[in-house]
Design a protein around this ligand. Structure first.
Ligand code: ADP
Ligand code: MG
Length: 692
């Protein structure tokens, strides 16, 4: 019997229940064209027998009670009942085992024929709102935790990915022909996504189990918990762009100082030394000039318009200063001072006061507890720590913590070209989603790295990421992965980290590449910023040492890629090129007789092959410098080249030269293979996303 969601919920509301029982949920599902084993209610033994006769043998009997959530634990499930006598006995057993709990009736339903058991669950995530979970039933979920998550609503591709992503997918696919009807299963996930979108009172939902067959499926058990309707986060549409925050014509620094060692000195010195292209106004009642630039006692004394005001005064007076800035018509406020939500209740109160003031003037605020923005394309450095010279690069970094951004700039600027580094701190107003959108719009930026401890934008983060990643790769390092990490995050920036598996799922949904650690993030960033994405999975390895070739080959396979196989004609050309003692054709192992010319000629043969998507070249650290010019001169026709140099830490001068020539250098074959495989999967994903 199909009954609409509204009818069922109204009934539950009248009875003051939030738990919808199996028969109710199955009615709702049937109403939406979802196939279940049914669930007709018997109030007596005689009715159970009657239903048994109309359904046909065998049947299952299950308790229906608003007080019983786990029916089998309560002795309330009897399966495979084949005779009137068995049905009667099962009925009596169920009723007697239930004691004095309220009984709505006993469900009589067809026995589903055996199939592959899967679970589909929905829960409200504090960050992303409703999320769906998918996995294989039983031990796969409970012990192995082999499940996937996506934020709802799901696209067709999301549903497909969710299914393919679990380890147990092999079981669904079967090894000869299909064991499970994956397309229909995908449709089921989409139908559930629609149900949730239309009914925000659903707080939790469990279809456990669903039996999946080579053709079709049956929902065997279902329950729903109702709650307060969740609110869809404000749509991804920007309130306004943040262009002038990144390219201001004038900056006032409130709390600028002429005393070396003070933060107000650092920030102002950074702006002056990097030769910020616009006007600078130090604000300090005790100074006439700072770094030779006229100072003003208050922002209201500045005679010209100010685009960005950086605030560095102590937390307690910051709200007053924010108000003064707003009154003066400042466009953006950057609060670099600390001592807010990360410090506790009083700090949170100050934040709210500040936010209310900025909101009432429609002024956007960055921070507090951040280190401002670096934009080399307008020579602007607002950092709290002194920053050395930077190049006008194409990598954009969005970082929750300023220290993370600064630490990385110190060394990595030698081998990577950062263009923008935007820190977001406590994200009182401007959050990671705003920043991702704005930085991706900048035509100077091609790759975006993000360091996040939490996500405030929720679902709109997914929407924005989906758009951005179609054209620019986004690599995210999200900390707070472990329970211990989570505690540190809470005290650090006063934000709560969500379930880590949910984050992984949602990042994939947004086309984001998730880095596992700090080093990984930059290993990937330099690969995607220096080299094109491979469009096929064949990898061609060239090495000076056999062992490193073998390790590379293993790493390629372990990362889901394969060794390419050259066309016969190209094999012949290659053989002519190689010295006699060189055996294999992939890896090509030059056994310590390799030089720049040999590598160049070999790559040029590989470039011609349809089976080569990328190259790994294993080079000798001791003569690394001799390769730089030759490798730089190769036209690899859109196929990426990664260099592996064992012991590269001891040849840093040449490594820097090689990196500057545009070839990323890694110390292990595993890192090379990992970067290539991440790039290949990303290329595949965005190709599909563009057509979505
Ligand atoms: P609960 O999860 O509340 O304990 P279920 O309805 O999931 O109760 O029943 C427990 C198990 O019994 C299911 O996991 C499934 O293996 C089996 N089962 C229940 N109903 C049926 C049915 N109609 N056909 C086949 N197997 C069933
Ligand atoms: Mg169940």
């Amino acid at each position: 019997m199909a009954v609409s969601f509204r009818q069922v919920v109204d009934q539950a509301n009248r009875e003051g229940r939030v738990y919808l029982m199996e028969h109710e949920v199955k009615d709702i599902l049937e109403d939406r064209g979802i196939s279940t084993t049914g669930s007709q209610v018997a109030g007596s033994e005689a009715e159970a027998v009657k239903l048994f006769k109309s359904i046909g043998s065998p049947v299952a009997l299950k308790i229906l009670s608003p007080e019983v959530i786990h029916k089998s634990d309560a002795g309330g499930v009897k399966l495979n009942l084949r005779s009137e006598e068995e049905v009667r006995r099962a009925f009596r057993q169920i009723i007697s085992s239930i004691g004095d709990k309220t009984v709505t009736g006993v469900s009589v339903q067809e026995m589903a024929k055996p199939g592959i058991e899967v679970i589909i669950g929905v829960t409200l995530d504090p960050t992303f709102g409703p999320v769906m979970m998918f996995g294989l039933g039983g031990v796969f979920v409970e012990v192995l935790k082999d499940v996937s998550f996506r934020s709802i609503p799901l696209s067709e591709a999301d549903a497909e990915d969710m299914i393919e992503e679990i380890e147990g997918y092999a079981l669904l696919k079967g090894y000869r022909g299909s064991a499970a009807d994956v397309p229909t299963l995908r449709n089921l996930l989409l139908k559930i996504s629609d149900l949730i979108m239309e009914n925000p009172e659903i707080k939790e939902m469990d279809l456990n189990p669903v039996f999946v067959y080579p053709q079709g499926y049956k929902v065997v058990d279902a329950r729903i918990i109702l709650g307060e309707p969740w609110e869809r986060a404000v749509p991804a549409l920007p309130k306004q762009d943040l262009h002038d925050l990144f390219y201001p014509k004038s900056i006032a620094v409130i709390g600028a100082s002429g005393t070396k060692g003070k933060l107000g000195w650092n920030v102002f010195t950074n702006l002056v030394c990097h030769k910020f292209a616009g006007k600078l106004y130090p604000i300090n009642p005790k100074a006439d000039h700072i770094h030779g630039i006229k100072a003003y006692p208050r922002i209201s004394d500045v005679p010209e318009p100010v685009d960005v005001a950086i605030i560095l005064v102590s937390a307690s007076i910051t709200p007053d200063v924010v108000k003064e800035c707003c009154d003066c018509g400042v466009k953006y406020i950057v609060v670099e001072s600390a001592g807010f939500a990360e410090m506790g209740r009083e700090g949170r109160r100050l934040e709210q006061e500040m936010k209310a003031i900025a909101d009432s003037y429609g002024v956007r605020l960055l921070g507090p507890n951040c280190s401002g923005i670096i934009n080399t394309h307008c020579s602007m450095v607002q950092s709290i720590g002194i920053v050395d010279a930077l190049s006008k690069g194409s990598i954009g970094v969005v970082s929750q913590a300023g220290v993370c951004a600064a630490g990385m700039l110190w060394g990595l600027r030698q081998i990577m070209d950062f263009g923008i580094v935007a820190t977001i701190g406590n994200k009182l107003d401007i959050n990671e989603t705003d920043m991702l959108r704005e930085v991706s719009r900048d035509e100077n930026i091609n790759v975006i790295c993000m360091y996040l401890e939490s996500v405030k934008g929720g679902r709109s983060f997914v929407e924005v990421a989906k758009e951005v990643t179609k054209t620019k790769p986004v690599i995210v390092l999200k900390s707070g992965r472990t329970e211990a990490g989570k505690k540190a995050v809470t005290s650090h920036t006063a934000s709560l980290a969500g379930n880590d598996q949910v984050f992984s799922g949602v990042f994939r949904q947004g086309g984001i590449i998730r880095a596992v650690d700090y080093e990984h993030m930059f290993n990937l960033a330099k690969a995607v910023s220096k080299q094109p994405l491979p469009d096929r999975d064949g990898v061609f390895i060239i090495t000076y040492a056999g062992s490193l070739g073998v390790i590379s080959a293993d790493a390629v396979t372990d990362n889901g890629m394969r060794l390419s196989d050259l066309e016969p004609a190209l094999k012949e050309t290659l053989k002519e090129l190689l010295p006699e003692y060189v055996g294999g054709l992939n890896p090509v192992d030059y056994t310590f007789s390799m030089d720049g010319e040999a590598v160049k000629k070999t790559i040029e043969i590989g470039v011609e092959s349809d089976d080569v998507g990328s190259f790994i070249v294993v080079l000798q650290a001791e003569i690394l410098g001799s390769y730089v010019d030759t490798l730089k001169s190769i036209d690899s026709k859109g196929k990426p080249i990664m260099a592996c140099v064992a012991g590269k830490e001891f040849a840093m001068e040449d490594v820097v030269k090689m990196e500057k020539a545009g070839i990323p250098v890694y110390s292990t074959p595993e890192q090379c293979a990992d970067a290539i495989s991440v790039m290949f999967r990303h290329a595949k994903r965005i190709k599909r996303q563009r057509y979505e």
